[in-house]
Design a protein around this ligand. Sequence first.
Ligand SMILES: Cc1ncc(COP(=O)(O)O)c(C=O)c1O
Length: 494
Amino acid sequence: MPFNIKNILYNHGYSINDKSKNIYLVLYDSIKKAIQYKSLIHGIKLPPSRILSKDLGVSRSTVIKAYELLVLEKYVSVIQGSGSFVNKIIAQKETKSKEQEKRNLPKLSKIGKAFKSHVLITNNNEIKGIPFRPGIPPLDIFPILQWQKLSNIYWGSIKSSELSYYSPTGLPSLKESLIQYLKIYRGITCHANQIVVTTGSLHSLSLIGSVLIDRNDEVVVENPTYPYAVNLFKSLRAKICSTTIDAEGICINEVVCNKPKLVYTTPSNQHPTGVKMSKNRRIELLKWATKNNAFIVEDDYDHEFSNWENPITAIYNLDEHSRVIYLGSFNKILHPSIRLGYMIIPEYLLDSISGLLQQSSRFVSPSIQKTLSLFIEKDYLNRHLRNIIQVSSERKEVFLKALSENFENELTINSNNKGLNVIAELKEGVDDEKLSNYLNETGVTTYAYSNYFHQGDKKNGLVMGYCSVNNALIQENITKMAASYYEFIELQKR
Ligand SMILES: Cc1ncc(COP(=O)(O)O)c(C=O)c1O
């Protein structure tokens, strides 16, 4: 990919006027720094010496000498006939922080620091594989060609005047499709001006949090719950009030707090335990919210899966006092990389949220919004939903069978979750975080169950998605996972 290396090198100390050392060393230093700070990333091709020498106004031998030094120090590799490529390097944290101190950069804001210290660690290492990452639908059956054709319809008929700015809350055509979709799939009736199109549930939650939460405001969350939500609230410097859950869902009357601003809940399929909140508890929660003057954020992140067999009415539908903010997402039923979701908000929040969107991400790309609205209109979404429900139910069976065959009595499986995840509790003393990191090294992704608890006793286990890959890959990866698990247990004994 062509890029402007000249700017990068100047940003990393290159200067033709630096007379303190030979020019090839100045060039070598600046390329090395650019690699260390990842301005030149692993795999990128450096310009041929002939071109760089021309761009910088130095001799070709200067560039060749600098490149030779970088090769010698393993920052760069030469592939004969192809060119010079940047190697992967291990970040040198200490050098970086010293360098920053030297540059005397402005201090982070309190909120900036809070976001930095609440980066979620569901898995310490870089995630290495798709199987069995939680929350991922069957990726291999997403109708790529169908989507491509619909996208071509958009691009085939677009006028240049349509390439401008759009409303921050979403395209009217998508809002209309969503209104129909919500009526059919969730029994929800709402107006187009209550809908805000976002890039997903987490984006929706972040917008809500930003317009509602001040420092030390109380936010009620279930324990355990979706850790990204808790971390978001902590980063916004809210006070977290924890509630337990039982077989009927949230135990809201047990919560200890003074003036709660909102309660975040996943009633269709409690995340990650899979408890479905009973109708009584939904009503109780609404009464509690009305009495306490709080909002309820109903994260219906996977209702298409969890409500398929036994639908239960959304809290949103029971609400008569504009207490509920409803979140939906297409990242679970299509694929996470599509980044499309929506929320239904009370009119009271509309101007603040529109303003925030206008001053931040502005709007979701109209091409994606339009393609989704065609996907819904042409009934492709309905067909895709039926496919994923069937395929994921078959895969769940294969997954659970393979687990029980390969792990004997090592795991206690909780497959209550009607969505995309299964929890396997571990024997006492097995550290789920360490195990999860160990498995990750072999390309098997699991999340440590203990990370979903933000208070009190934590349970040890693995949260796993079971349907992102096909049956053969499920079997293959469970066998691999079991081998690594027993290896891990042996290593722990030593
Ligand atoms: C409970 C819950 N809510 C929200 C999300 C975020 O979804 P999205 O990808 O739409 O932001 C997830 C993702 O895993 C989730 O598990």
